[in-house]
Design a protein around this ligand. Structure first.
Ligand SMILES: CC(C)(COP(=O)(O)OP(=O)(O)OC[C@H]1O[C@@H](n2cnc3c(N)ncnc32)[C@H](O)[C@@H]1OP(=O)(O)O)[C@@H](O)C(=O)NCCC(=O)NCCS
Length: 183
C-alpha cells in the first residue's frame, strides 16, 4: 500500500520485534498523553502478550520499505459474560503511530486491515473503551445499543465503550457485560 509516497506493508509483528514495538507504544503514548501513560500502555501490552487471549496474527505493525516499524494495532480476545455463560469476541486494545508519521492515514490502514482480518478469521464483533470521535469513523458504535455494557459502567459511564459489528447479527440475542481495558 502507498500513502503520501510512503510504501507501507501491514503484517503481524514478529517476536524479534517485540522490543521495537514496545518502544513505539511508549513513544506514541508519551508524546500525546504524558510519560506515565506511555509507561502504563507499554507495560500493559507486555503483559497482554503473555496471556492466552493474545493472538499473534492480530498484533499488526505498519512497516516502511526500509524495515522501520511506524505503527501498530492489536486485537485480542475478550469475553462477554451473559446469563448463559461466556461468549468470546475481540477487543481493540490500542493503536499507536510514531509522532513523525501521524495524520497520513496509517492508523486507518492498520485498523481497517485488522478488522477485515478478524472478520476473515470468523470473529463477529470487536469491543473497545476509547475516544468515540476517533473510533466512530471506523464503524464503532456504543455497545450499550446492543445491551452490552462494561462491568465498571457505574464508575466510567457508557460513553466511549464501543463495538464494531463485523458480521451482521453477531450480537443478536446476546446481552451482558465485558471487562476489557483499552482502545
Ligand atoms: C491516534 C493515532 C494512532 C492516530 O494515528 P494516525 O496515523 O495519525 O491516524 P490517521 O492519520 O490514520 O487518522 C485517522 C483519522 O483519525 C483522525 N485522528 C487522528 N488522531 C486523532 C485523535 N487523537 N483524536 C481524534 N481523531 C484523530 C484523523 O483526523 C483521521 O480522520 P479521517 O480518517 O476522517 O481523515 C496517533 O495519534 C497516536 O499514536 N496517538 C497516541 C496513542 C493513542 O492515543 N492511540 C489511540 C488510543 S488507543
Amino acid at each position: 500500500m502507498e500513502i503520501n509516497k510512503l510504501k507501507i506493508v501491514i503484517r503481524p509483528e514478529m517476536p524479534s520485534e517485540y522490543e521495537e514495538v514496545n518502544k513505539l507504544i511508549y513513544e506514541a503514548f508519551s508524546e500525546q498523553h504524558g510519560i506515565d501513560t506511555g509507561n502504563f500502555m507499554m507495560e500493559h501490552f507486555i503483559k497482554e502478550r503473555q496471556k492466552e487471549t493474545f493472538i499473534p496474527e492480530l498484533s499488526l505493525v505498519a512497516v516502511l520499505e526500509n524495515g522501520r516499524i511506524v505503527g501498530e494495532v492489536v486485537l485480542h480476545e475478550t469475553d462477554i459474560t451473559t446469563a448463559n455463560g461466556k461468549i468470546t469476541q475481540l477487543t481493540l486494545a490500542q493503536s499507536a503511530v510514531l509522532p513523525e508519521y501521524r495524520m497520513q492515514g496509517i492508523m486507518r490502514m492498520l485498523v481497517e486491515y485488522a478488522l477485515n482480518k478478524a472478520k476473515n478469521m470468523g470473529y463477529g464483533a470487536v469491543f473497545l473503551g476509547g475516544n468515540p470521535k476517533l473510533y466512530a469513523r471506523y464503524g464503532f458504535e456504543p455497545s450499550s445499543k446492543y445491551g452490552i455494557f462494561h462491568e465498571n459502567r457505574k464508575k466510567w459511564g457508557d460513553e466511549g465503550f464501543m463495538v464494531c459489528i463485523l458480521k451482521p447479527g453477531a450480537l443478536d440475542g446476546i446481552t451482558g457485560t465485558t471487562s476489557y481495558y483499552g482502545g
